[in-house]
Ligand binder design. Structure first.
Ligand code: SAM
Length: 217
């Protein structure tokens, strides 16, 4: 349904629920958009909804039956300065799960993950998804099972690796400083699938967006 405001109200949303609106969302619906109707979504489902007479609650109506266009890709990514852009683009591209990975060259110490979650919610609302990707707590590179993932391998841009195409739906992208020698060795010895993103070196956030499209079905 075009042009109706879309609001994420939680993964467990169901028909018949009456959910209090935050002051911000109530203002957005009734004063900015000047509407009483909305689409609400979460957990892969989408519902018609209406703001109550007091303008304080949203009443969840019927399930629209529209299938969630979200995909099944898990993106492992090293936090970067532009993590907000990375999360915004990855969400628009339908990523299911985002896993921050602290690599040797990761240099982004002060990321506000609550803000990142808000960015994912806004991007999901705008991109017609019925779900918001999960953003996990950051994990260490050493704790990732490398045998079941692909990785965006910048060595492809130097012509000294033959990167494969893959049917795997999990991919890792490195930070601004790239993967370290030890990390490349770990990928190679675990049998992780190297993926080329072309002959040029891409910034990490663009690399992440393109990497997602390389493993999407
Ligand atoms: N500092 C590194 C260098 O000069 O070789 C480049 C790192 S790049 C900015 C950040 C990440 O994006 C890389 O670790 C890799 O995962 C991905 N990436 C960038 N360009 C790529 C390419 N052409 N092929 C595969 N992955 C690429």
């Amino acid at each position: 349904m075009k042009n109706i405001p879309r609001i994420f109200i939680g993964d467990n949303v169901q028909s018949g629920m009456i959910i209090p609106l935050s002051r911000e969302t109530a203002h957005y619906l009734t004063h900015v958009m000047r509407r009483r109707d909305a689409i609400v979504f979460g957990g892969g489902n989408e519902f018609c909804a209406a703001v109550d007479d007091a303008g304080k609650n949203i009443i969840v109506g019927e399930n629209t039956g529209r299938a969630d266009p979200s995909g099944d890709v898990t993106l492992y990514f090293a936090p970067i300065k532009r993590t907000d852009d990375l999360i915004n683009m990855a969400t628009q591209l339908g990523v299911k799960k985002l896993v921050p990975v602290i690599t040797e060259h990761t240099n982004a110490p002060h990321i506000n993950w609550e803000r990142m979650r808000k960015i994912a919610i806004e991007a999901a609302e705008q991109s017609n998804r019925n779900s918001v990707p999960e953003i996990t707590s950051p994990i260490k590179f050493a704790d990732v099972d490398l045998s079941h993932i692909a990785f965006a391998d910048e060595r492809a841009a130097y012509g000294n690796v033959r990167a494969k195409t893959t049917k795997i739906n999990s991919i890792m992208v490195g930070p601004e400083g790239g993967f370290s020698t030890a990390e490349f060795a770990a990928f190679d010895s675990a049998g992780a699938t190297p993926v080329s993103l072309g002959a040029t070196i891409l910034r990490a956030e663009l690399a992440a967006a393109i990497a997602i499209t390389r493993v999407q079905k």
